[in-house]
Design a protein around this ligand. Structure first.
Ligand SMILES: [Zn+2]
Length: 290
């Protein structure tokens, strides 16, 4: 397994004047923190589009189409602070452990990514230091601050998914990904289903401990209530669609705000704790490692 430290990168990745790795949209409520891992299709200038065309980068392989717009609207509705990654998941996937070869994929949904062909250890380190670490440090310090005075924010991770994969249509309009902790997802799934929404219960994805990075490392490790949600991209591709679907979820979240189970710390137990304990420690960014 490759390991990295802060000093591994011999040179920077971002040119002066390029946007920083992280965007923070401040909110006034400490009840929530919203994050968006796959918000942007941007590639640093030095990586020359990773050898892909603009149109390839703008598809679902480059980013979660509509997710940033959904997250912005949701943040506004909840008065929550929002943290977004500003660079493409193809440069480094902020929702994967960097030691996972899929963190810098050579192929994504059948499309070869020339700029990711056999990256050197130095190149891995450069991308981790320039993009991955600043994004996760920003999330960790936000949570540290919210929890410093006893707050217990609900951690909300916003994604979107392609409507069909490998020829299979995905019927779910909104999907929730969870592991063993259902205290937030179960009531939302029930409320949305009652409203006639086609809801995915661990569809199209479950929360995959040891593979997914963001929700397990930031929320589960701290015992925070959490919501990892996928919106189907054909529904949120337009600004209007993104705002409408963000409102659908915001209404249900606000309807459940104040639920006692959403205001307690519940640390993972059993196999969940074991999987987290086995995860690579060098990427931990909780209070003790920030
Ligand atoms: Zn995503």
């Amino acid at each position: 397994m490759m390991t990295f430290s802060e000093g591994d990168a011999p040179g920077g990745l971002l040119e002066p004047g390029e946007p920083p790795a992280v965007e923070r949209v401040p909110g006034t409520s400490g009840q929530w923190l919203i994050v968006c891992d796959h918000a942007s299709p941007c590639v640093p200038v030095r990586l020359s589009h990773l050898g892909l065309s603009e149109s390839e980068l703008s598809t679902h392989i480059g980013h979660d189409i509509g997710a940033a717009a959904v997250a912005r609207r949701l943040a506004k509705r909840l008065s929550a602070t929002l943290i977004l990654s500003r660079y493409s998941r193809l440069v480094i996937d902020c929702n994967r452990y960097p030691s996972d070869p899929k963190a810098i994929p050579e192929v994504s949904d059948g499309i070869r990514v020339p700029g990711n062909c056999r990256p050197s250890n130095e190149e891995y380190g450069r991308r981790v230091d320039a993009l991955f670490r600043p994004y996760h440090r920003a999330i960790a310090s936000e949570l540290d601050e919210l929890m410093r005075t006893g707050g217990i924010p609900v951690f909300i991770s916003v994604h979107s998914c392609t409507p069909s994969l490998d020829g299979q249509w995905r019927p779910w309009e909104i999907g929730f990904s969870w592991s063993a902790d259902q205290r937030t997802c179960a009531p939302l799934i029930s409320d949305l289903a009652k409203a006639g929404i086609v809801v995915g219960d661990n569809e199209p994805y479950s929360l995959d401990l040891g593979v997914d990075f963001t929700t397990p490392e930031h929320a589960l490790r701290r015992g925070l209530p959490h919501i990892q949600v996928e919106f189907r991209q054909d529904l949120v591709r337009s600004q209007i669609g993104a705002e409408q679907w963000a409102d659908v979820l915001a209404d249900k979240i606000l309807g459940r705000a104040g639920t006692p189970e959403w205001q307690t710390v519940q640390h993972p137990t059993g196999w969940q704790r074991e999987v987290l304990e086995r995860a690579p420690a060098e990427f931990r960014l909780d209070a003790s490692h920030a």
